[in-house]
Design a protein around this ligand. Structure first.
Ligand code: SAH
Ligand code: SF4
Length: 364
């Protein structure tokens, strides 16, 4: 898992010694089995028999991650806890909607960006996930949903890179993963339903725009460089004006708008002046603002504004002609909400409890 189609063909020819006549068909069968059918067993790829099947079985396995635990919140949100071969924990969150579900996936273990409001940022960067580990979260979530019809989780059709990590700090793994997720002979997700969320690494935003047709989300979170420098240290390298430039350049064929995320922090970025400045900053840009009330976590001194104030902030933006919505908070109970993935060194995950465990072995 994780190889491009060309690399898979190359591996079959060079490492497994398949003849040129066998490579094309076997590549296609493996590709469809892995990505279209979420097939889990390398020794039983449909249509692959005999010697080729034996060589595949001897070569390894499909999944890069092992699914260790599932925690379910009262609202149906499920946090999936995976382990890498090195024993690191990778977290994804399934968020069921009315007709379709969204999967929030991780791109790194921890994060180097150290944003002041984010629990993942407190961990620092422990490592990058590779393409197989990124796609694997989607495939295994799909298997989990399919294997548990009782949960009535609607089919997975949206993937957001809003879990642990800064996806554009790991573009060599993330960009190929986005391309595989939307491949028509594989998972075939709509490019409009795959969203890469970034704290604003400007050159990598440009690269994403050139190399993959997926949706872009940008975490703005402040209206002055002074406040953003403090909340998001990456701003010292790529300040607000540079970030808005990248949004302006982002090619928007299928993706009508860029999502601008704005975490509301009481007394920090939620004042009347912020409304004015935010409206001015995005004027003439093809964006939609997504307001997120800060999700508190242990050890954080920041606080969330009242629900009335969040509504007021949205309405004030709308009154200025800005498209703005509020992101519903989901998954609080298992610490699966935005900015609540991961744990700071030494800290226990307060509030997290194992609500229900599925028989994971049966899903493999
Ligand atoms: N690193 C990427 C994607 C992961 S964070 C990024 O920063 O965009 C996904 C979203 O969660 C971001 O918009 C971020 O601003 C937001 N977020 C982080 N911590 C949060 C918290 N404690 N409460 C609410 N939103 C938070
Ligand atoms: Fe990293 Fe995003 Fe958290 Fe900032 S908000 S520390 S970029 S995961």
């Amino acid at each position: 898992m994780g190889l491009s189609r060309e690399a898979l063909a190359g591996w079959l020819a060079d490492d497994l010694g398949l003849s040129a006549a066998d490579v094309e068909g076997t590549t296609r069968r493996i590709w469809t089995a892995l990505y279209r059918h979420a097939h889990a067993d390398i020794s039983s790829i449909p249509g692959v028999r005999g010697e080729i099947r034996r060589r595949l079985a001897a070569a390894g396995r499909i999944d890069a991650l092992s699914l260790d635990e599932i925690r379910e919140a009262a609202d149906g949100t499920k946090k999936l806890l995976f382990k890498t071969d090195e024993g690191a924990i990778v977290e994804s969150v399934v968020i069921p909607g009315k007709e379709r579900s969204t999967l929030c996936i991780s791109s790194q273990i921890g994060c180097a960006m150290r944003c002041a409001f984010c629990l993942t940022g407190k961990m620092g960067l422990r490592g990058d996930l590779n393409t197989a580990e990124i796609i694997g979260q989607v495939i295994q979530a799909r298997r989990t949903i399919d294997a548990d019809p009782e949960s009535r989780t609607p089919p997975l059709s949206n993937v957001v890179f809003m879990g642990m990590g800064e996806p554009l700090h790991n573009p060599d793994a993330v960009i190929p993963a986005t391309r595989t997720l939307i491949d028509h002979e594989g998972l075939d997700l709509s490019a409009r339903r795959v969203t890469v969320s970034t704290s604003g690494i400007v050159p990598a935003i440009d690269r994403l725009g050139q190399e993959s047709p997926v949706q872009l989300a940008v975490s703005l979170n402040a209206t002055t460089d002074e406040v953003r420098d403090w909340l998001m240290p990456i701003n010292r390298k790529y300040p607000i004006a540079a970030l808005l430039g990248a949004i302006r350049r982002y090619p928007l064929r299928q993706r009508a708008r860029v999502l601008v995320e704005y975490v509301l922090l009481a007394g920090v970025n939620d004042g009347a002046g912020d409304v004015e400045r935010l409206a001015a900053l995005v004027r003439d840009l093809p964006v939609k603002i997504n307001l997120i009330a800060f999700n508190p976590h242990p050890g954080s001194e920041l606080s969330r504004p009242s629900p009335t104030h969040v509504l007021h902030f949205r309405d004030e933006l709308r009154a200025r002609g800005v498209a703005a919505g509020i992101r519903a908070t989901r998954g609080d109970e298992t610490m699966a909400a935005c900015g609540q993935l991961g744990r700071p060194p030494g800290a226990e995950q307060a509030g997290a409890r194992r609500v229900r465990s599925l028989p994971i072995a049966s899903l493999r």
